[in-house]
Design a protein around this ligand. Sequence first.
Ligand code: F3S
Length: 755
Amino acid sequence: MAFDIEMIKKVYSQYEERINAARQVVNKPLTLSEKILYAHLWHGNATEAYERGSSYVDFAPDRVAMQDATAQMALLQFMQAGRPKVAVPSTVHCDHLIQARDGAEQDLTRAKNESSEVFNFLSSVSNKYGIGFWKPGAGIIHQVVLENYAFPGGMMIGTDSHTVNAGGLGMVAIGVGGADACDVMAGLPWELKFPKLIGVKLTGKLSGWSAPKDVILKVAGILTVKGGTGAIVEYFGEGAESLSCTGKGTICNMGAEIGATTSTFGYDESMERYLRSTDRAEVADAANAIKAHLTADPEVYADPEQYFDQLIEINLSELEPSLNGPFTPDLYTPVSRMRDEAEKNGWPTKVEWGLIGSCTNSSYEDLSRAASIAQQAIDKGLITKAEFGINPGSEQVRYTADRDGLLKTFEDLNATIFTNACGPCIGMWDRAGADKQEKNTIVHSFNRNFAKRADGNPNTYAFVTSPEMVAAIAISGDLGFNPVTDTLTNRDGQEVKLDPPTGDELPAKGFDVEDAGYQAPAEDGSNVEVDVSPSSDRLQLLEPFEPWEGTDLKGLRLLIKAKGKCTTDHISMAGPWLKYRGHLDNISNNMLIGAVNYFNDQTDSVKNQLTGEYGGVPATQRAYKAEGIGSIVVGDENYGEGSSREHAAMEPRHLGVRAVLVKSFARIHETNLKKQGMLGLTFADKDDYDKIQEDDTIDILGLTEFAPGKSLTLVLHHADGTQEQIEANHTYNAQQIEWFKAGGALNIIRRNQKN
Ligand code: F3S
């Protein structure tokens, strides 16, 4: 579907030269991850070796993918750049806003009605700016990307943490915030801290009930939810080559659950088979021509300990099927120990639902293996104990699975086939009775199982496992059921055993689809109108922020002195607010409502210096804005940690906060503030945090000589008439100072477009 073979060929044509240049500077054999990274340097050939885990490097990704929830603000911002088209191939996928309840058709119709303004906006903005648009029902972003766009050795960013799924086809694919996606679409470089490298050597071969999912469940058990932070996980070995391409996707997908930057596999025959089967023979041929560059240098895998920062070895022949959970994806329990563990921990063993799908496990192979278990249940006269829900990964998978009778098999077990969308995986599941909050157990083939994630019930114990195990356990209705050893009693009272699953890596008759749900953009979008109603409460076109007025900032009121942890979630809360993520003014009503006020230990309660009364943070800030008075936010250590949500920087900017002064910043948030034209400063002496008083008015001096490495002076005017002077540091480089002066990075891009 409009994969860009010319772009891929161009990337491949540069590979040899770029990798040779990298080998020279690194001066040793290269891992696959390093090859892909060095082949995508923004400035071209490598001129220095980067330090893993510390160098910040500019990259030039080949593609951008966005899902419907995060695309809204990314594209509203992109419109500010004034470009006629996106700078790199990009796609939008409508998969997050479709609630699972009654079944595919009814659910899709309902979602289209409820979110029509968002879908229409995304469709029109995509049409205008040269972006491929995948309509609601077309499929889950990462499955659609794997089927259509991922290519070995490529680099992609996506506004969703499971973008990493494309590592199954040998990419370095990384989840980012909307601001990063906007930059890359606008033609700017993308910065990343050069990752560390974790090698996972896979030996042996999967058999019986074990599946690719069990590989990543095991890795998650070893590394825990934090163990992959800042690292790329590179899988290799004979075991890796024995896995299907979509199975590799499953493994990379859940790399997000161990915090990894991304995961990847070297190009092999399984990828070639998948490319050819999904109608991309041209990509396979192009990849074959540079095959040696699409995997690590041979010395690396021969002696991996020398080349990776950490090494893990897993023998697939010994790998047991397993279930991870509840409430965390790294709590690993092999199926043979589940009954004991459940008893010991008081996990309910009666299973209420089995859910198959999500971007993690919704390929044709996944459905076919799970269907083979469902078929056995029918053939052997078993009565299914739990309810079944299936979300196919894409319309292409759904259509083909339907043609081949797989969906009928599930339906014969009374399964509900939901829309080709995220559904329960992102909590978009209107599960009957969930509001009663009863303690209960579900099993699913998804990636995340935090409390409340699937159905909003904090007492739902969710266990993550492979699709075939979901099928077996849902049929048995028993969390402790081990299909490898246990029997089940059928309708006639006979003891029967389920045979291990069988399935097709790829459909024997090939993939098929009538309408994949793709809308190609207009050749010339200049006359396309972007569809945003001025009365919408979910979408709002952005106005450029005002440039700096050219003087020092004087008389700023202290809005809040935040105490302790202040993450992007404290600054811009999620939950019900996500509905407004495309409407900056409405979502700004959540600004800093989660931050604790140092002076009264309360959240969302600050003193309005104009009236002396306490009120909510957004309302107080709006009062200052109405009077044309700027304000300042003061914070503690690691301010803005957590998700890279750009709203946390845009909201204060929109409401008229002029500066954020903290003990230290989380780097991504600091950069986001800079991009929005805000002043992000740190106390030169952290103890000066204690000097900030509730009624302070603050001046920021030195801005007319604002320069890299040169600190600024702040004057604190206290209510008792005294004043103190303190020093504030910053990390703005010359370019970022220009962003500040112009009122934001996008203002500069727009200005350059016009020139
Ligand atoms: Fe996220 Fe959708 Fe996958 S919610 S985890 S992209 S199924």
